[in-house]
Ligand binder design. Sequence first.
Ligand SMILES: [Zn+2]
Length: 688
Amino acid sequence: MDQHNPFARPSTLPFQLPPYAAIRDEHYRPAFLEGMAEQLAEVETICSDPAEPSVANTLLALERSGQLLDRVAAVFFNRSSSDSSPFTIALEEELAPLLAAHSDAIRLRPELFARIAALHARADELGLDPETRYLLERYFTQFTLAGAGLSDADKALLRDFNTRLSVATTRFEKNLLADTNDLALVVDDASELDGLSAGQLSAAAQAATDRGMPGRFVITLVLFTGHPYLALLTNRGVRERLLAASRARGIRGGEHDNRALVLSITRLRAERARLLGFATHAAAVTADETARTPAAVGDLLHRLAVPAARNARAEQAELQALVDADVAAGILAEGFDIAAWDWAFYSERMRRARYDVDTAALRPWFELESVLRDGVFYAAQRLYGVTFTERASLAAWHPDARVFEVCEEDGSPVGLYILDVYTRDSKRGGAWMNALVSQSDLLGTPVIVCNNLNVPQPAAGEATLLSLDEVTTLFHEFGHALHGLFARVTYPKFAGTNVYRDFVEFPSQVNEMWRFDPEVLANYAHHRETGEPLPPEVVAGIHASATFNEGFATSEYLAAALLDQAWHGIEADAGTEITDVAAFEAACLTAAGLDNPAVPTRYASTYFAHTFSGRYDAGYYSYIWSEVQDADTGAWFAEHGGLTRENGERFRERLLARGGGIDPLEAYRDFRGRDAIIQPLLDRRGLN
Ligand SMILES: [Zn+2]
């Protein structure tokens, strides 16, 4: 690697901000290759050290290894998500197998594991501080779960399972993409799309033109079973066709059928789990989560499923009454039973009638700059004392990405926060947080965190007006950012959001609560033109409708989470007995009492990307799992006076600052004074 390569050494810009002005495409590849080689050499030095394994010559040496690789990876993967190009896409594809092999070369290296295991065996005699003790525990667990303790023959088997799984999950993803495109709904006449806005109609016309069908209309599918347009389309037949198209993905026979892949992926995972000493894949996954066992996950999901299904049935009866009333009034020629494709349409009608909340009309109160400065930043200042100053002189990866310096109450620096809010073709969908530089005392690194959103860019000169959902998303992602910014850990492994998957959404969900805090809301929600605050009756309507339709929403989520657990609760020997995907799904949903045909699962197996090609295998439960702590924390703030510096300080010091350097349930107990209880979640979702 050329010594002028900007990745060659830590940046000298404030907070080690990557020198974006100097970074060019040709710098990435050599930095990755040298970064991997450098880390392998560092690991080689550890393994060949003739001295007895010690914390310093093994654990700390490992924590110090790979700094060049970390530097280039943080910058590259942020860019490939946020501002991709044919170059980043090609390089990402080239790097994926190299990075996987690199990680295997470290984790499956017998001499390295022998040193970690030797330390672990006498962990209690080493006199370690709690964070270092936890570091040793985490290394031992993660190496073990990766197969480091296996014989050479079993390691070969493991590598074979991993390769076959990566091929199968990649094919699953490609099939899903192909079927999602092929099954897009084609409509001949605009009148059939009554209910869509002019903008939505012209997008459908454009999509048809793009596919060589000018004059017609194409509605592209979303990953969810339920398409957002189901709430809008007045034509019942079109709604039925749209839902059927969504549910047909992966089950049509032919080359894009995913059923055989679902079976083979679950079997391979079960066999790999057995090789690693676990009864099931779910047991192997949850062993490295706060849940610890599939039984604990099952207890929570089943407990919630009963009241959720009951509430959904009550909601269904109310929607049915709307249809029946339309028939009685002569608005509908004939009646019908509420079906899955009718649910969203009638529930949105009921929401407007009952709560007078038209979420689409709220945008003028949610102007981006006010929401950001007078809402998101304001709440953080009231809770944690921190202030935010935009640094226009510091450049990030794209002109839209804005850099803010974060300071403590006394003016001392915290780090940098970068916000890239607008959507563009080169940005992947969704919203997320990542770290460009991770705080660590061992390496003396500061902290830089980023948030990416996908808010449509307004016309030139116009203000950016957010939807209520986008306001929620900004508060949520900022919660992840605070988790990263406030980290005060020794080891890079534990910085900020480097926590368990079933814990990581907890701080971000907690931060969502401040968007509706009366003091925060009054500070940021002013009408763009009139300056008027959000009318109290609208606020009341938003609060009153909080549990509306939650029976449906909770049921469809739980159904998917239970399916994910069921597929990964199969033991290796039993895998071959399961041959019918639809029958397996049906049996699982019936057993949970979630088999109401009007409430389909959020994803069916053949298009459940989270579990078959994403990183949520046996982990889709995580969202509601961390919501237990989130709701319990909301209750704590409410009991203790809400938005105060004292409350914020306690949450920051006892929870956010500790990152992954402590058992998170222990940190939670320290903050809350006890374990989380489920009641606040039941209250919030109306599940009592
Ligand atoms: Zn999140």
